[in-house]
Write a protein that binds this ligand. Structure first.
Ligand code: GLU
Length: 313
């Protein structure tokens, strides 16, 4: 079976080195097995995501030498590739889940959610307290008079275990580690967890490469694959890049954003350094993505978070 990888950035700002590392690893993982890669624009959050960011990120990827076979402005057989234009698909998946009886309306306000559920884990994920899980139809009808509900998936009382291609065996308890999760927000926006599963399946994606911050999302997504009777891809989660002081990179860190990098460096320098940090280049010597294909192996990539040196570029 042909490998189909994907790069699925959210155009909510200029990309940072972590996004580039994701693109590089996704690209190398697909290309090293003779596969293809597609670009999907994850712009569900129409307030934060802007078309100008999409144009910039395409330009930045091409600058680095990370081209893609379909998607983005290039189009292809699975168009549209922008999540903001794929609502009908998400709605029909939601309808199927509703028919299965696993969806319920949640009327909790942000303040109620905040008060009821303590942050559960270091990644900030909160486990829903279940306030609206067992409302009677009468309660629901009453609450609908004053509030449009969000929709949640009722998770079964079980653990999900999967083999991550890089991180190894991962197990999570759905009730304890995930809780009932959102499928659609009260403002009508579909949740990432639903959209990403619908899209990866519809686009024939066979491998998902992404940062370890999304490792804890994977059991929820595997549950959705099962409920929707879809075949899950293989997952590879890679360690996060931390800045020199140990903080996770953010799109707000302008100094290691693409803007600054493109002013200061050649693309081969950026690729060479990222590849070095990811264990794929023996030194920081400049190189192209193409030159790394033959020697790429997930075994070379570290499993611990990668701290960027202070003298980066
Ligand atoms: N759109 C997500 C992000 O930019 C990535 C989602 C995924 O790879 O599953 O963080």
């Amino acid at each position: 079976m042909e490998t189909i990888g994907r790069f699925a950035p959210s155009p909510s700002g200029r990309m940072h080195l972590g996004n580039l590392l994701c693109a590089l690893l996704a690209w190398l993982s697909a290309k090293s097995s003779g596969g293809r890669i597609l670009l999907r624009i994850e712009d569900l959050d129409t307030v934060r995501c802007k078309p100008e960011h999409t144009a910039r990120l395409e330009d930045d990827l091409l600058w680095l030498g990370l081209d893609w076979d379909e998607g983005g402005s290039r189009g292809g057989s699975c168009a549209p590739y922008e999540q903001s234009r794929r609502s009908e698909l998400y709605q029909s998946a939601l309808d199927r889940l509703t028919e299965l009886g696993v969806v319920y309306p949640c009327f909790c306000t942000r303040a109620q959610l905040h008060a009821a559920s303590a942050p559960h884990r270091e990644d900030g994920l909160t486990v829903y307290s279940g306030t609206c899980r067992d409302l009677t139809p009468e309660d629901q009808a009453q609450k609908r008079l004053t509030r449009v509900p969000a929709l949640r998936l009722r998770v079964p009382d079980e653990s999900i275990t999967f083999l991550d291609g890089h991180m190894g065996i991962v197990t999570e308890s759905l009730p304890l580690d995930c809780g009932d999760f959102l499928l659609r927000r009260s403002d009508g926006l579909f949740a990432y967890q639903l959209a990403v599963v619908v899209d990866d399946a519809a686009m024939g994606v066979t491998e998902v490469v992404r940062g370890a911050d999304l490792l804890s999302s994977t059991p929820r997504q595997l549950l959705l694959y099962r409920l929707l009777d879809l075949t899950p891809p293989k997952f590879y989660h890679f360690p996060l890049l931390l800045d020199a002081s140990g903080r996770r990179l953010s799109k707000r860190d302008g100094d290691i954003g693409l803007d600054a990098l493109r002013r200061r460096c050649q693309p081969e320098e950026v690729v060479g350094t990222l590849a070095y940090l990811a264990g794929l280049n023996p030194s920081r010597q400049p190189c192209t993505p193409e030159s790394l294909i033959d020697t790429f192996s997930w075994d070379l990539v570290p499993k611990e978070d990668i701290r960027l040196p202070a003298d980066l570029f």
